[in-house]
Design a protein around this ligand. Structure first.
Ligand SMILES: Cc1cc2nc3c(=O)[nH]c(=O)nc-3n(C[C@H](O)[C@H](O)[C@H](O)COP(=O)(O)O)c2cc1C
Length: 147
């Protein structure tokens, strides 16, 4: 069993290992690292996010996703549409003629730093990120010796 979701430090790893997991999958904690190739504005959104900024959205393909609330998300919630041509045909379940925006375009825009025309998916513990660090330090925080 690989445990995933909200794993941030050694206590989290120990907790899920005690429950029987044999590995962890970690996403969010690696975004705010120097090695991550996303734009610095994307990383900054992770650094700035407070727990109350995290929301669950329903993506255009019908699945829920946890994301950092911003104006783009609020616009869509308020019924605004973000016109697009379907450039990717990435997911069969997307009815692109009805969808209010293109999820692939929104995520790519955000990753490139254009958070006005997109948004960032994130893990539930994003608020625990306090700055941009290195992969080595993230690994140390997850698996290093206790000081
Ligand atoms: C920037 C980012 C992009 C993600 N993209 C996807 C995705 O395309 N598909 C998916 O199934 N999960 C995606 N996830 C969810 C990760 O699989 C999830 O974060 C992972 O299980 C670890 O949880 P954590 O982010 O709390 O560490 C994404 C997560 C982040 C932070």
């Amino acid at each position: 069993v690989i445990a995933a979701g909200g794993i941030f430090d050694r206590d989290d790893v120990e907790r899920v290992f005690k429950l029987g997991a044999s590995a962890v999958q970690v996403g969010t904690a690696f975004v705010a690292t120097e090695e991550c190739d996303a734009d610095y504005r994307f990383k900054q959104a992770f650094v700035d996010a407070r727990s109350e900024d995290v929301t669950i959205i329903k993506s255009p393909v019908g699945m829920p996703g946890r994301a950092i609330r911003n104006k783009f998300i609020e616009d869509v919630e308020n019924g605004k549409r973000k016109p697009f041509k379907c450039a990717y045909q990435c997911i069969k379940t997307c009815n692109y003629k009805e969808a209010p925006y293109c999820i692939a375009e929104a995520l790519l825009n955000a990753c490139k730093g254009d958070l006005e025309n997109g948004f960032a998916f994130c893990g539930s513990e994003v608020h625990r990120i306090s700055g941009v660090t290195t992969v080595k330090k993230v690994i140390d925080r997850l698996f290093g010796e206790r000081r």
